[in-house]
Design a protein around this ligand. Structure first.
Ligand SMILES: Nc1ncnc2c1ncn2[C@@H]1O[C@H](COP(=O)(O)OP(=O)(O)OP(=O)(O)O)[C@@H](O)[C@H]1O
Length: 321
């Protein structure tokens, strides 16, 4: 089951958002030989939105981010950031970026690195503030060659923040960070987004998307397959998981229960994904009166992710946006 982003007629509100959009990607494509890295993306992000870009490895997230930043040229389509080209937006300090494995200058200390970026910016925040927000004040005198992977990530965050950008673009920002650093990072991000800034971040941590994003965009094989709030995207795959111990259950017997779309059977333990859990449960108890230890749970973002980004899906036009 694929939930494609719908291309329904734009409403007045949609057009308003598009006119003053923070980010507008229209008909964006990038192919590498036979690989369709990005295969026709339309995405509008309003100022102040915090958007998570999700998808399995190779879905096209980094390629999309690179085109948004003007680092890669699209084969087709257009990118605008606050109505400007990416190059202009970057030149004016409107975008701050934190990219996977971006190099840090080896000869400079952390403080000098962030200071140098600030000196190139039109309206930077004080270097000390960027260092504080990124949690690297204590590392200011340290050279980048002496930093751990997680510390380097935090320095990249300071570099992204110091130009005080209206849009922050983050590609897997918390990769290599430990649990404490991740928590500190998101605390700092909240401080930043509370002032109405726009954020687009690509991540593999669904809990981060669930907790921090106003909106999640799922990509698969170069296309957007779902786009909406976490609740909307969870609702797209619908349903709940019904788990129970069902003595004597066979796959054949439970797969025919009303509402059931997926079955997992391990011994007597049954996990059923159902789009009508009430009907499933009634039929389960009537067919298997010995069923016990019953649990019903909503499908989480992880379940939605697995369902929406699975390879063996058909296409339907019932996405949220
Ligand atoms: N410079 C390149 N040359 C050739 N193919 C590329 C290039 N960059 C990306 N690709 C291919 O394009 C597809 C999309 O890659 P991309 O890095 O955008 O995915 P991703 O969603 O960011 O993946 P990940 O989660 O692993 O970072 C992949 O099949 C990748 O191998």
């Amino acid at each position: 089951m694929t939930k494609t982003a719908s291309t329904s007629t734009a409403t007045g509100a949609d057009r308003e958002v598009a006119a003053g959009a923070a980010v507008r990607l229209a008909g964006l494509r990038k192919h590498y030989g036979d690989v369709r890295a990005v295969d026709g993306i339309d995405l509008t992000i309003a100022p102040g939105e915090v958007v998570a870009l999700l998808g399995p490895n190779g879905a096209g997230k980094s390629t999309t981010v690179d085109m948004l930043l003007g680092l890669t040229k699209p084969d087709h389509g257009s990118v605008t950031v606050f109505g400007r080209t990416p190059a202009d937006a970057v030149a004016q300090g409107a975008i701050g970026a934190m990219l996977q494995g971006a190099a840090l200058l080896e000869d400079l200390t952390v403080g000098e690195t962030v200071g140098m970026i600030a000196s190139l910016s039109r309206a930077p925040m004080p270097v000390s503030e960027a260092l504080r927000r990124a949690g690297v004040e204590d590392l200011a005198a340290r050279r980048s060659t002496k930093l751990s992977g997680g510390q380097k990530q935090r320095v990249r965050f300071a570099v992204a923040l110091v130009c005080d950008p209206d849009l922050l673009v983050l590609d897997e920002p918390t990769a290599a960070m430990d649990v404490g650093s991740r928590r500190e990072f998101w605390k700092s991000m909240r401080e930043y987004t509370e002032s109405g800034r726009t954020v687009l971040f690509a991540t593999h941590y669904l809990d981060e998307a669930e907790e921090f994003a106003d909106r999640v965009v799922f990509m698969r094989a170069g296309s957007i397959v779902a786009d909406g709030t976490v609740a909307q995207v969870r609702a797209l795959v619908g349903g709940r998981t019904v788990r129970a111990v069902v003595p004597g259950a066979t796959e054949r017997a439970v797969v025919g229960l009303p509402g059931v779309t997926e079955v997992e059977l391990r011994g007597d333990r049954v996990a059923l994904v159902s789009n009508d859990s009430d009907a499933t449960l009634r039929a389960l108890l009537s067919g298997f009166p010995g069923a016990h230890d019953i649990e019903i749970a909503a499908i989480g973002l992880e379940g939605a992710f697995l369902s929406l980004t699975a390879e063996n899906t058909d296409d339907s036009e019932d996405g949220v946006r």
